[in-house]
Design a protein around this ligand. Sequence first.
Ligand SMILES: CC(=O)SCCNC(=O)CCNC(=O)[C@H](O)C(C)(C)COP(=O)(O)OP(=O)(O)OC[C@H]1O[C@@H](n2cnc3c(N)ncnc32)[C@H](O)[C@@H]1OP(=O)(O)O
Ligand SMILES: O=C([O-])CC(=O)C(=O)O
Length: 376
Amino acid sequence: MAEAKQLSGAGLRGQVAGETALCTVGKSGAGLTYRGYDIADLAEKAQFEEIAYLLLRGKLPNRQELDAYVKKLHSMRGLPYALKSVLEHIPKDAHPMDVMRTGCSMLGNLETEEDFSEQDDKIDRMLAVFPSIITYWYRFAHEGVRIETESDVDSIGGHFLELLHGKKPSELHERVMNVSLILYAEHEFNASTFTARVCASTLSDIHSCVTGAIGSLRGPLHGGANEAAMALIQKFKTPDEAEQGLLGMLERKEKIMGFGHAIYKESDPRNAIIKQWSKKLAEEVGDTVLYPVSERCEEVMWREKKLFCNADFFHASAYHFMGIPTELFTPIFVMSRVSGWAAHVKEQRANNRIIRPSADYTGPADAKWVPIEERP
Ligand SMILES: CC(=O)SCCNC(=O)CCNC(=O)[C@H](O)C(C)(C)COP(=O)(O)OP(=O)(O)OC[C@H]1O[C@@H](n2cnc3c(N)ncnc32)[C@H](O)[C@@H]1OP(=O)(O)O
Ligand SMILES: O=C([O-])CC(=O)C(=O)O
């Protein structure tokens, strides 16, 4: 049986790299809080826009503030012509995370943050426009249509589904998207957030901070794991096949995406929540394969390695059941995490010192210069 995870060693593991009032991860083993509120409560009771407000403005909005915030975000969904034009030039086989990165960067050219006093408006604009960026490109590249990026749906999650599918989402799907965006919104000093904070610490602009963070999130060890988890579960036709497949992968010492975590020791509290929604969606679509396969993977990984599902694993089946193409999974993470990234950028700016750690040198000492003609 595996030993409890030790938070030490390479990758700055277990080292405190700064302060935050935004989030706690893994306090007493398994918890997750945003500004002191438990994730289970938030996922059950809140709407994502409320959480974005909480993270970005420092408190839960009252009814009037929330209505005004939702209205503001709703009014900021349009894409400038130059951005549409850039998106139309990105090839169909591009990775959608590269599209997000380019889209965010282009927005920074068109609507540059000239002064930090503009930060809230620039951040709200990104929250509002990211679903438009990804769906505009996706439907243009894949279906040859130029979609209208306005919709009547107030929620960011529902709006994304409507733009993607060209029809109003069901109540259930809108609800699941809402929960998903809440679960992904914030997670302390994870790799992409740390990227954003390092960038912010140089007093760079908000679009640079978020563009860099998107690049970090893209990797399969971080946000990209939800796509990789989908690729894994789709390989198996039955739970028994999944069990055999996983045992083989473990024997070959392959990484199983969607399992394990840098901080949590026994479980990721977001998993139980999204798993329950994945189950509901599986029932809705009459799935008899993907959900049971996912459950068996969870059982096998815990039994064999004491590795648990992280937030990404059951997101894969949940998104799939809602008809979302696999390559759009990580861009949804961006649509959500931009709230956390931006809140961290604000926090860093409010109490800044450039982030510049040191390294232990392991290279050669006293190397003697050799003229180029004499080098082997
Ligand atoms: C939203 C998110 O970003 S959540 C994370 C998403 N990423 C993934 O799902 C990718 C798969 N998981 C992983 O690669 C890792 O678990 C990470 C990157 C999340 C955490 O990395 P670390 O903190 O270095 O992992 P940890 O210290 O717990 O690893 C302990 C051992 O378990 C192994 N291990 C950890 N996760 C996995 C996994 N998913 N599959 C197989 N083995 C694993 C490690 O290789 C390591 O073995 P070793 O001691 O023989 O080298
Ligand atoms: O905290 C981490 O290292 C990764 C993670 O789960 C997240 O960013 O949501």
